[in-house]
Design a protein around this ligand. Structure first.
Ligand code: NDP
Length: 240
């Protein structure tokens, strides 16, 4: 029987590419999203992939969402924690609300999804969890103490949970994307973006499908010996 994967934030941007790539690999994919109903409806119509709405920073809603998916689609074997937001600003300007929201969605979402699915994976002796970090969690970024802290936290979360899952056939890995051409990056001012791209050895933004291919590898049957790893997909930017 096909594996079942849940991709958070799976209806647009990098998540959409991940959903489609996993579907192409024969996996039964379910996408989650936060609130962009119009995009989610178009996504489901175009791909046939069902989309379930909940906020991954809401613990109870995440538990309920996974319960519903397991009842309607089947036990969840694969989780891709891709949902993420930015609320940028220097520390002096950043509100506590902007700090908390970014930590709660980007990092708290990983905890909530793992809590909802890990026990089931453990009981079935197989699981794959892939967390989408960021180059800015590895290197930091001006104006992003909230985002860099959350993404850096994802890398620690990944290595700790990998140790808990290893004996039960569950692998937990992270991908640290560089700058990828999505709505999130469209929000970065053009002059700032040009300076960032100038520092990328391959000299361009990445494409969502380039991240999705890495996710598909880590979710595959053949990747059982890869756990606690971070795959940098950023055109070589992590070296600088
Ligand atoms: P987008 O802003 O294009 O899409 C974000 C997705 O996450 C949307 O589907 C959105 O749902 C969903 N989402 C946001 N908040 C929540 C929430 N609270 N609960 C559930 N879903 C939520 O982002 P990208 O595709 O650019 O980024 C995807 C991931 O990759 C993020 O974790 C991001 O931090 C990371 N990343 C991105 C980089 C880039 O350059 N783009 C670089 C490095 C990392 P809805 O459509 O309903 O709003």
């Amino acid at each position: 029987m096909a594996r079942v994967a849940v991709v958070t934030g799976g209806t647009r941007g990098i998540g959409e590419a991940i959903s489609l790539t996993l579907k192409d690999k024969g996996i039964t994919v379910v996408a989650n999203y936060a609130g962009n109903e119009e995009k989610a409806a178009k996504f489901t119509e175009a791909t046939g992939i069902p989309a379930y709405r909940w906020d991954v920073s809401d613990h109870e809603a995440t538990i309920a969402g996974i319960k519903q998916i397991e009842a309607e689609v089947g036990p969840v074997d694969i989780v891709v924690n891709n949902a993420g937001i930015t609320r940028d600003g220097t520390l002096m300007r950043m509100t506590y609300a902007a700090w908390k929201e970014v930590i709660d969605v980007n990092l708290g979402g990983c905890f909530n999804m793992a809590k909802a699915t890990f026990e089931g994976m453990k009981s079935r002796g197989w699981g794959r969890i892939v967390n989408i970090g960021s180059i800015n969690g590895q290197a930091g970024q001006y104006g992003q103490v909230n985002y860099a802290a959350a993404k850096s936290g994802i890398h620690g979360f990944t290595k700790a949970l990998a140790q808990e899952g290893a004996r039960f056939g569950i692998t937990v890995n992270a991908i640290a994307p560089g700058y990828i051409d999505t709505d999130m990056v469209a929000a970065v001012p053009q002059d700032v973006l040009a300076k960032i791209v100038a520092k990328v050895p391959v000299g361009r933004l990445g494409e969502a499908k380039e991240i999705a291919r890495g996710v598909a590898f880590l979710c595959g049957e053949d990747a059982g010996f890869v756990t606690g790893s971070t795959l940098s997909i950023n055109g070589g930017q992590h070296m600088y």
